[in-house]
Design a protein around this ligand. Structure first.
Ligand code: NDP
Length: 494
C-alpha cells in the first residue's frame, strides 16, 4: 500500500504483522561430535592431541570440537600436498582434473541443504542467505573453474601456463564455504595442490567439504583441510615448501603475512578489509537505492569486506532517504538464523559483538546521531540491532575504520567532485556503489573512484566470472573470473 505525500511515495511495510516462525530443521544436517584434520585424503588426529569447541553464536551452545593443528601437522599436510603435486596432480591431463572439480560442484549442489544449515548454525548467518547465496555461489565457483581447467590456452592465448605448486590458503569466518570455494576451485583446476585453513569460529562447512572431497575420490593430498587458530595460519605462511599464499582476512593479519613472505619467492594474493562508499544521487530511484543500502550494510550482519558501510546521500534527498531507510530498518527481522523469516542473524562471535558495540559507543562519543531499529533481540546468543549514524564527520572513526557489523555511517554531499573526494578518502579501496539514473554519471564516478569493484544501481552482486579484489589497504591480486586463474599460474610468452 502506498500514499502520496510531498510528491513522494511513502511505502508502508506493514511491520506490525507478526510472522509465524518458519524454522529450518536442524536434523537435516549431520554434525559429528568431533572432527580431525583432513590430510592426504584421510581424517587424522592432530599431533597436539588438542581440540577446540566450535559453537552456535545464536545459542552459545557447543556444536562440535575440531582439531588444533600444530607445526608438525602443517608439515604433514604440506608434504602430502607436495607429493600429490609432483606425482599425480600436475601430471594428470587437464580434462581429467576438470572432472574432479566438476564432481565437487555437483556434490555441493546435492548436499546444498545440509551445507546451508551447517553454515547458519556455525556462523550465525540467516538461512535464507546461506541457502540462496553462499552455497549456490560456492558450487558455481567449482563449476566455473572446472570449465577452465582444460582451456587455459584460450584464457592465456599465445602463452604457456604452468601451475605454481603448493598453495597455502587461509580464510575468514564471514563466508566460510564460499571463501573455501574461491580459494580451492581455481587452484586445483589449474593443477596446484592446497592446504586450506578455515577460521577458528567457522570450521564446519570446510570439514563437510573435506568429506565431499573424500567421496569424490580426489587423489589424496590434492586438497588438505586443517583447522586451528592464528598460529596454524602462521605456520602455513612460514612453511618453506609452499609456493603461494592466498589469504582473505583482516588488513592487520595481511600486513603480518606480507612481512613474513618478504624476501621469499612465495607468491601471494591478499583480500583484506574495506570501507565501501555507497553513493545516492538525487536522480536515483530512491526506494530501489534504499533496498541497495539495506543489502549493502545489513547483508550477513554487515560481516562483509565489501559492505557499503559509508553512505553518501545528495543533500536535496538526504532527509527523505534517511527516513525511508529508518522505516525499512523497522521491518527487518533480527533473530534465529535458522528461521526462514530472519533477515539479520547472529553476530559471528562474542568477540566480534564486542568490537561492534565498541564502535557504536565511539560513534556516540564522537557526536554522531544514532538510530537503531526498535526490534527485540533474542535473550541468548550474540545479536546486534541494525544501526545507522547521521551527523557523521569524515574524520570520525566510524567513517574511517572497518566495523564489520550492521552499522552504517551516513553523510551528505552536494557535488560529484565532493563525493568522489570523500569516497576516496579512506585507506581502503575494495568496493563502492553508485545510484543514479544517468549512465554518464556512473562512468564519471567509476573511473574516478579507487575501488576494485563499483556497483551501479545495485550492490553486493557476485558472480564467479567477475574478478574481485582491492586497492590500497584492501590488498592485492584478484579472485574470480580469468584474473582468478592468473593468480595460480606462471605465465610464459611463447
Ligand atoms: P583475521 O585476519 O583475524 O583472520 C583471517 C584468517 O587468518 C583466519 O583463518 C585466522 O585464523 C587466520 N590468522 C590469524 N592470525 C594469523 C597469522 N598471524 N598468520 C596467518 N593466519 C592468521 O580476520 P577475521 O577472521 O577476523 O575476519 C574479519 C576480517 O577479514 C575483516 O577485517 C574483514 O574486512 C576481512 N575480510 C576481508 C575479505 C576480503 O575479501 N577482502 C573477506 C572477508 C573478510 P583464526 O580465525 O583461527 O584466528
Amino acid at each position: 500500500m502506498a500514499t502520496a505525500k510531498n510528491n513522494t511515495i511513502k511505502l508502508k511495510f506493514d511491520s506490525a504483522r507478526k510472522l509465524a516462525p518458519a524454522p529450518e530443521s536442524k536434523s537435516a544436517a549431520k554434525i559429528n561430535p568431533r572432527y580431525d584434520l583432513f590430510i592426504n585424503g584421510k581424517f587424522e588426529k592432530p599431533s597436539s592431541k588438542k581440540y577446540f569447541d566450535t559453537i552456535n553464536p545464536a545459542t552459545e551452545e557447543k556444536l562440535s570440537e575440531v582439531a588444533d593443528a600444530n607445526e608438525a601437522d602443517v608439515n604433514k599436510a604440506v608434504k602430502a600436498a607436495r607429493d600429490a603435486y609432483e606425482n599425480v596432480w600436475s601430471k594428470m591431463p587437464a580434462k581429467e582434473r576438470a572432472k574432479y572439480v566438476y564432481r565437487i560442484a555437483r556434490m555441493i549442489q546435492e548436499r546444498a541443504r545440509e551445507f546451508a544449515i551447517i553454515e547458519s548454525l556455525d556462523g550465525g548467518k540467516a538461512i535464507r542467505e546461506s541457502r540462496d547465496f553462499d552455497v549456490p555461489a560456492a558450487a558455481n565457483h567449482f563449476f566455473y573453474y572446472a570449465g577452465w581447467a582444460d582451456k587455459l590456452e584460450y584464457a592465456f592465448p599465445n602463452r604457456r601456463t604452468t601451475p605454481l605448486g603448493v598453495a597455502g590458503q587461509i580464510i575468514p569466518w564471514n563466508f566460510p564455504l564460499l571463501m573455501a570455494a574461491w580459494k580451492i576451485a581455481p587452484a586445483i583446476a589449474t593443477g596446484n595442490t592446497v592446504i586450506l585453513k578455515p577460521a577458528e569460529t567457522t570450521p564446519l562447512t570446510a570439514l563437510k567439504l573435506a568429506e565431499i572431497i573424500q567421496e569424490a575420490d580426489l587423489p589424496p593430498g590434492v586438497v588438505n583441510i586443517i583447522t586451528g587458530a592464528g598460529a596454524t595460519g602462521a605456520a602455513i605462511v612460514n612453511h618453506p615448501d609452499i609456493n603461494k599464499i592466498a589469504f582473505t582476512g583482516s588488513t592487520d593479519v595481511g600486513k603480518i603475512i606480507q612481512r613474513a613472505i618478504a624476501g621469499t619467492n612465495k607468491k601471494a594474493t591478499l583480500e583484506l578489509g574495506g570501507k565501501a562508499a555507497n553513493i545516492i544521487f538525487d536522480d536515483a530511484p530512491l526506494d530501489q537505492a534504499v533496498e541497495g543500502v539495506v543489502n549493502g550494510i545489513f547483508f550477513n550482519q554487515g560481516h562483509v569486506c565489501c559492505a557499503g558501510s559509508r553512505l553518501y546521500v545528495q543533500e536535496s534527498v538526504f532527509k527523505q532517504v534517511v527516513q525511508k531507510l529508518k522505516d525499512r530498518m523497522e521491518t527487518l527481522i533480527v533473530g534465529d538464523p535458522l528461521d526462514k523469516n530472519t533477515d539479520i542473524g547472529a553476530i559471528n562471535s562474542k568477540q566480534q559483538l564486542e568490537v561492534i558495540n565498541k564502535y557504536i559507543k565511539i560513534g556516540q562519543k564522537e557526536g554522531a546521531e544514532m538510530f537503531e531499529s526498535s526490534c527485540a533481540l533474542p535473550g541468548k546468543g550474540f545479536f546486534c540491532r541494525p544501526t545507522i549514524f547521521t551527523n557523521v564527520a569524515q574524520s570520525n572513526r566510524i567513517a574511517q575504520e572497518e566495523i564489520f557489523g550492521p552499522v552504517l555511517a551516513i553523510q551528505s554531499f552536494r557535488t560529484d567532485d565532493e563525493v568522489i573526494e570523500k569516497a576516496n578518502n579512506t585507506p581502503f579501496g575494495l568496493s563502492a556503489g553508485v545510484w543514479t539514473d544517468k549512465g554518464s554519471k556512473i562512468f564519471n564516478m567509476t573511473t574516478k573512484m579507487r575501488s576494485g569493484v563499483v556497483w551501479a544501481n545495485t550492490f553486493n552482486k557476485f558472480d564467479p566470472t567477475s574478478p574481485f579484489g582491492g586497492y590500497k589497504e584492501s590488498g592485492y591480486g584478484r579472485e574470480g573470473g580469468l584474473h582468478g586463474l592468473n593468480a595460480y599460474v606462471n605465465v610464459e610468452t611463447l
